[in-house]
Design a binder for this molecule. Structure first.
Ligand SMILES: [Zn+2]
Ligand SMILES: [Zn+2]
Length: 242
């Protein structure tokens, strides 16, 4: 079966299916309010040592080990290993149930804005903030028909007072190599680039993806943004694999 035909069937399937909750199977919404509240939030922590930290910033102890990382923090809604969240994210990606991207994005946005408020109370940043989804390669976008990170970013933007920015572009289909398992930086092919002409020197970027596993993709995207002058990058994901 050709990929385009598969995408077509997936689209038809989505129109025909009633909105049944993926978890409790009640006809209501793809993820009903009762099942949404059962998603256990992950307390923000340093992505390197796991110690509690505001918004998931890399803690001061781990800073010396983070020279090959281009993002400052990783903020996640929940653990990937958590059933409800994993089922929802897999259904979004594999079955193409796009409204799930917005539902989960709004949950992430609510959580993020609450933690952000506590962070700004202490740090009082005057920086501009933008929300930016990690792009898919056009070949992958053609096959899947949508970018799950973009849907999540749109959900976040419905809740948070920051604009969306789609100027990060993907050049390569290749997967970047994992940054967290190597102490020295390895040369790798340029995978992302920032297309915008705006000055990012005072900008905090909320870089959005669905799952954070090795951090390789987020780091490669963050590297391109840092090269474009971005001040700080906070990776915001629906789920973090622990
Ligand atoms: Zn339910
Ligand atoms: Zn740490």
């Amino acid at each position: 079966m050709s990929l385009n035909f598969k995408t077509f069937l997936k689209k038809i399937d989505n129109y025909l299916l009633p909105s049944r909750c993926l978890i409790c199977h009640q006809v209501n919404s793809l993820l009903c309010p009762a099942c949404r509240v059962k998603i256990k939030y992950l307390a923000p922590h340093c992505p390197l040592c796991g110690r509690k930290s505001k918004l998931g910033f890399i803690c001061s102890n781990c800073q010396p080990k983070a020279s090959n990382l281009y993002f400052e923090a990783v903020f996640a809604l929940g653990k990937y290993e958590q059933n409800n969240l994993k089922i929802a994210l897999q259904a979004l990606k594999q079955r193409g149930l796009r409204p799930l991207g917005l539902i989960i994005g709004r949950l992430l946005g609510r959580r993020l804005v609450k933690e952000w408020h506590q962070y700004t109370l202490q740090n009082n940043p005057s920086e501009e903030v933008i929300i930016m989804p990690i792009p898919l390669h056009k070949k992958c976008l053609r096959t899947r028909g949508f970018n799950q990170a973009q849907l999540l970013a749109q959900g976040i933007a419905e809740i948070c007072p920051w604009p969306l920015n789609y100027n990060l572009k993907r050049l390569s289909y290749q997967k970047p190599s994992a940054p967290l398992s190597y102490s020295t930086e390895r040369r790798q092919k340029k995978i992302f680039f920032y297309q915008g002409s705006d000055n990012l020197a005072a900008t905090i970027i909320i870089l959005v993806d669905d799952v954070f596993t090795t951090g390789a993709t987020a780091n490669a995207a963050a590297q391109a943004l840092k090269q474009a002058g971005a001040k700080k990058i906070i990776v915001a994901v629906a789920a973090k694999s622990l």
